[in-house]
Design a binder for this molecule. Structure first.
Ligand SMILES: *Cc1c(COP(=O)(O)O)cnc(C)c1O
Length: 405
C-alpha cells in the first residue's frame, strides 16, 4: 500500500513550495504589456524587492534562473582577461567560478571544503598580497545549498576593508534571500544575485541582480556589456519594456506582487525568525536521530548552518532508500545529496539527502516532514535514536510560549 495520496510536498531546496495565493494571482489571462495594471505594479515590486535584500541600491530583473543572474552580475562588472577571487565552499561557489572562466575571466579559487564556512581572514590575506589590485571582484556564496553552510558576508567585507582592497564584493543569495538574514547595504555587499524560486516563493524563471552605485561605476567603465545582460536599462528604464529587455515575465510579476506582499506583511525580521526556529527544530530532530545511528548534520557548528536548507549525512544506500521511500509512501520528496560527483561515484547512491525549508513553510509542515523521515527510518530499519519529532516539538513549544504580560 501507499499513504502518498493527498497533497504532495516537494521538500527540496528549490523550487520551493508556492503559496496558493501566489498560484491564484498567476492564474489569469495575459495582461496588456503596454499600459495599465502590469506597468503600475512595477512601482511597488521594485521597492519591495529591494526591501527584501535590505538595499537602497538598484535592481535588475531578468527572465532567467540563478545561473543567468550569475552571468548577468559578471557581464556588467568583469571583462574577459580580468580576474576574480572565489572562496569556495561546496558546489555553488565552484559553479559561479566555472561560469566566470567560461566568460574568459581569470579565476582564482581558495577551497574551504565542505564542512566549514570560508575564512574571511584568509581571503583578506590573499587580497593584501594583491598589491597591484588585479582582483576585480570577490565572488562569495552566502548560503551554499549543497552543504547547507552559511558564510559570513559581513566578516568578508571587514576583511576586504582591512586589506584596503577595492574589489567588488558579490554575493550569491539565491538560497538565502528571504530565509537567512541578509543585509546588503549594512554588510557592504556591492552586488547581490538571487532568483525567484526559493525564498521568494515564485516559480523558477526570474533572476535578480541588486547592485549599488560603486558597482554601477564599475559597470560604466566596462569596455562593453552584452545588451541582454546589461543592467543599466533594466534598473533605469525609460520605457516599460526596458525593465525586461523585451516582453515582461507577466505572470511572474503577479506572483511577485503577492509573494512580496506576504513577506512584508509578515515582516523581514519575523520571516527570518520563523526560518531560524524551524531550522532549530530540524536540528534537534537530527541530533536525536543521530544518537542511535549514522545520521548526522553536515555542518557541526549551529552558528554556520543555514536556516533555508539542511544537508544530512545518512550513508550511501540509506539516503537513497529513504528518499525513494518517502516519495512512494508518504508524498514527500526529499532533496538529493550534492555535489553530483558523489552521485555518479556511488552509482546513484548519494550518501546525503537535503531538506529545503525556504519560503512558504510553517511549523506543521516541518513537523510533517520530520515525522515522515522518522517514519521512514523506522520502516526501513535504519538505526536511529528515537524521539526526533518530540525533540523538534519541544523546540517549537519553547519558541511559542505565550506572552503573559
Ligand atoms: C539554486 C542556486 C543556484 C542556481 O540557481 P538556478 O535557478 O538553479 O540556476 C545558485 N546558487 C545557489 C546558492 C543556489 O541555491
Amino acid at each position: 500500500m501507499s499513504l502518498a495520496h493527498g497533497r504532495s510536498y516537494l521538500a527540496i531546496p528549490g523550487p520551493s513550495v508556492m503559496p496558493d495565493a501566489v498560484l491564484r494571482a498567476m492564474h489569469r489571462a495575459s495582461p496588456n504589456i503596454y499600459e495599465g495594471e502590469l506597468v503600475d505594479m512595477m512601482k511597488t515590486i521594485v521597492p519591495d524587492l529591494k526591501r527584501v535584500a535590505r538595499t537602497d541600491g538598484h535592481v535588475a530583473i531578468y527572465i532567467c534562473n540563478g545561473h543567468g543572474a550569475w552571468e548577468a552580475a559578471l557581464a556588467n562588472t568583469v571583462a574577459p582577461g580580468e580576474k576574480v577571487l572565489v572562496p569556495v565552499v561546496g558546489r555553488f561557489g565552484l559553479g559561479w567560478a566555472e561560469m566566470a572562466r567560461a566568460m574568459g575571466i581569470e579565476i582564482e579559487i581558495i577551497d574551504f571544503g565542505r564542512n566549514a564556512p570560508f575564512d574571511p581572514a584568509r581571503v583578506g590575506e590573499r587580497l593584501k598580497a594583491d598589491t597591484g589590485h588585479e582582483i576585480k571582484a570577490v565572488l562569495a556564496v552566502h548560503v551554499d545549498t549543497s552543504t547547507s553552510l552559511r558564510n559570513d558576508m559581513a566578516g568578508l567585507r571587514a576583511a576586504m576593508d582591512d586589506a584596503g582592497h577595492p574589489a567588488l564584493l558579490m554575493a550569491d543569495c539565491v538560497a538565502s534571500l528571504g530565509c537567512d538574514r541578509f543585509e546588503m547595504d549594512a554588510w557592504g555587499v556591492d552586488v547581490t544575485v538571487s532568483a525567484s524560486q526559493k525564498g521568494l516563493m515564485v516559480p523558477a524563471g526570474v533572476g535578480l541582480v541588486f547592485f549599488n552605485d560603486k558597482a554601477h561605476e564599475v559597470r560604466k567603465a566596462m569596455p562593453r556589456v552584452s545588451s541582454y545582460w546589461d543592467w543599466k536599462p533594466r534598473a533605469f528604464p525609460g520605457q516599460f519594456y526596458e525593465f525586461f529587455g523585451g516582453t515582461a515575465p507577466t505572470h511572474h510579476l503577479y506572483g511577485f506582487q503577492t509573494s512580496l506582499e506576504m513577506i512584508h506583511t509578515e515582516g523581514m525580521e519575523a520571516v527570518w525568525r520563523r526560518h531560524e526556529v524551524l531550522a532549530q527544530a530540524i536540528w534537534a530532530a537530527a541530533d536525536t536521530w543521530g544518537q542511535g545511528g549514522p545520521l548526522r548534520l553536515n555542518v557541526a557548528d549551529p552558528a554556520h548552518r543555514s536556516h533555508a536548507v539542511t544537508t544530512f549525512f545518512l550513508g550511501a544506500d540509506y539516503a537513497r532508500d529513504l528518499r525513494m521511500w518517502t516519495q512512494e509512501n508518504m508524498g514527500v520528496t526529499l532533496g538529493i545529496g550534492l555535489p553530483l560527483e558523489e552521485l555518479n561515484a556511488q552509482r546513484g547512491q548519494s550518501q546525503h539527502f537535503r531538506f529545503g525549508h525556504m519560503g512558504h513553510v510553517n511549523a506543521q509542515m516541518i513537523l510533517g516532514l520530520l515525522g515522515t523521515v522518522e517514519t521512514g527510518l523506522a520502516a526501513l530499519n535504519i538505526p536511529h535514536g528515537r524521539g526526533g519529532v518530540a525533540a523538534a516539538a519541544d523546540v517549537l513549544a519553547q519558541a511559542l510560549v505565550p506572552d503573559r504580560d
